[in-house]
Each structure stands twice: as structure tokens, then as C-alpha cells.
Unconditional design. Structure first.
Length: 299
């Protein structure tokens, strides 16, 4: 595909979302365009490797979601419903003719936001692709959602409150991540460097901690709403699961029994496990990105 760039932005409530655009930017071709939503502490650049795996006839548009990347200064409130509304607004601008031919994809938290966007506006999209996300996450009875969030996100949440001497130190932090370090390549490094924000006090992540905590809480407390959205799907949906989790080890993020249950019970849902990848490398590993691209372009 063509080189990645951030030439477009999309108006949403309170400001604009800059977007990674890869491929032909000619207007009026929604049938070969995928709108892609990134994960909870990520950015648009998490989709660059998938974009590279798409056919040349396709365009990928991945906005920085509210509170991340180039959209870090957009105001709250945050949460999955707000991201879903933002995705619908971007879709309206990508497809002003209202053809409903866009494909919507989401990774991790982005999959949940995409699912709620399809629930709210099924007329905007013809297919949903969820990458290691979209299935309700369990919250043990009596557990504090904030404590569960901290245990789940681990180093990803820790780095949001830290300041680093320079960009190289920030990159070095990621290189030590057990799920990313052993799989380091140019795509991962570009993703990390895009997230590094120089400030007078040093380098920080572009992800806003308050936004991440609000969105993470929704992932845990909106169980019933997410369940209803999955069971109420009216467009074809493809779920790709990683067998390894956020620390590069089994089990994966999504509860296996729940995934199997939805696969059996939801007619519009197709489930696939991508072998030998973790929650992060499913959007970076070359073989995995080929599977994600195939799910996006399936007719």
C-alpha cells in the first residue's frame, strides 16, 4: 500500500480526530474503505501493519481516538459510548452519500467501541471486524473495577503516569515489555515513537490517563450492554482472537468459554483464533495481519 500519513482529520464533538490514512484517499469509494479503532492506550499507528497487509485497492482510515495521539487534548467525558459516537461521526464524513458500505474494525478497546457503534448505527456499516476484543470481560463479584483494571493493564497503565528522560528511554521501556520486546520490528518501533510526547519535564505517553481509566472502567461495568450488542448484531461480524494475553503468555485476554458461547449462539458472528500471537502482536505479526486483512476484505 501507499506510505502512511496523517493528512486528514474528522470533526467530532469538541474538536477533531486526526487520522492515519493508508491507501487511495479518493472520496466516494466507501466499499473499499475500512475505518479502524485502536486499543485503550494505543493510537492510530497500531493499525499501520494491518494497512500494509491490505490490497492496494483498499484504504485504511484509523483516527486517534479521544484522549490519545493527536486527539489527546479533546475534552471528555470519555467512555466507550463516546468513542462509538465519534466513530459514527467519522463514518458519516467518510461516506457522505450514506451508502452503508464501510467496514468497521476495532482492536482491543476499539473492538468494544466499534461494536457499540454498529449497535447504534447499523446503517453506516456492512461488516464489523473485532480483533481480540468485543466479548464481555468478567468482573468478579464484589471486585473494584479500578483494581481489576490495574491488574489487567499492568505496565500499559503504569507508563501513563511516568516521565522519561528522552524518546530513547521511552522506546527502551517498551522493548522490555514481555509481549512486545521479543517481537520488535520497524512497525512496533514506529508505533512507540509516535506515542512519545516531549514535554518541558521529559517524555510522556500521548495517552491521557484519565481517559484510559474511564474507558477501562466501561470495559468492566458495561458487561450487559456489550452482551446485548453482540447478541443483537444485524451485520456480519468477524472476531479474531489471540491465544496469548497482554503479557505474552496464555491465557488470552478474552474468556475462552464466553467466546465459544457467542460463536454458538450469535448467527452473524464468525470466530477465528490466530495462532502464535498475543494481544498486541495480532496487529503487528505479518501472518496475523494477513488474517486481519482477509477478514476486513471478505466480500
Amino acid at each position: 500500500m501507499a506510505p502512511a500519513s496523517h493528512p486528514l482529520s474528522f470533526e467530532v464533538a469538541g474538536g477533531a480526530l486526526p487520522a492515519l490514512v493508508v491507501g487511495d484517499r479518493t472520496a466516494g469509494r466507501p466499499r473499499r474503505t475500512v475505518l479502524a479503532a485502536h486499543g485503550i492506550t494505543a493510537s492510530s499507528m497500531s493499525w499501520a501493519a494491518v494497512a500494509d497487509a491490505l490490497p492496494d485497492t483498499w484504504t485504511l482510515v484509523a483516527p486517534d481516538l479521544r484522549g490519545r495521539g493527536g486527539a489527546r487534548d479533546l475534552p471528555g467525558p470519555f467512555g466507550l459510548r463516546r468513542h462509538a459516537a465519534d466513530l459514527c461521526r467519522v463514518a458519516e464524513q467518510l461516506d457522505p452519500g450514506g451508502t452503508g458500505e464501510l467496514v468497521l474494525a476495532g482492536h482491543s478497546m476499539g473492538a468494544y467501541a466499534a461494536l457499540l457503534a454498529v449497535q447504534a448505527r447499523p446503517d453506516l456499516f456492512r461488516r464489523l471486524v473485532m480483533v481480540d476484543g468485543g466479548v464481555p470481560l468478567p468482573l468478579p463479584e464484589g471486585a473494584d473495577p479500578d483494581d481489576v483494571l490495574a491488574a489487567t493493564l499492568g505496565p500499559a497503565l503504569e507508563r501513563l503516569s511516568m516521565t522519561y528522560a528522552d524518546v530513547e528511554q521511552y522506546v527502551a521501556f517498551f522493548r522490555r515489555h514481555p509481549a512486545l520486546g521479543p517481537h520488535w520490528d520497524d512497525a512496533v518501533e514506529a508505533y512507540v515513537r509516535y506515542d512519545a510526547l516531549p514535554t518541558p519535564d521529559g517524555v510522556r505517553s500521548r495517552a491521557v490517563e484519565a481517559a484510559v481509566r474511564a474507558d477501562g472502567r466501561d470495559l468492566l461495568v458495561l458487561h450487559d450492554e456489550i452482551d446485548a450488542a453482540l447478541r443483537g448484531l444485524t451485520v456480519p461480524a468477524h472476531l479474531l482472537c489471540a491465544p496469548l494475553g497482554m503479557f505474552g503468555e496464555a491465557p488470552g485476554l478474552l474468556p475462552t468459554a464466553a467466546v465459544q458461547r457467542y460463536d454458538n449462539q450469535v448467527g452473524h458472528l464468525t470466530v477465528e483464533t490466530v495462532p502464535d500471537v498475543n494481544h498486541y502482536t495480532i496487529v503487528f505479526d505479518r501472518a496475523a495481519t494477513g488474517r486481519v486483512a482477509a477478514a476486513i476484505t471478505e466480500s
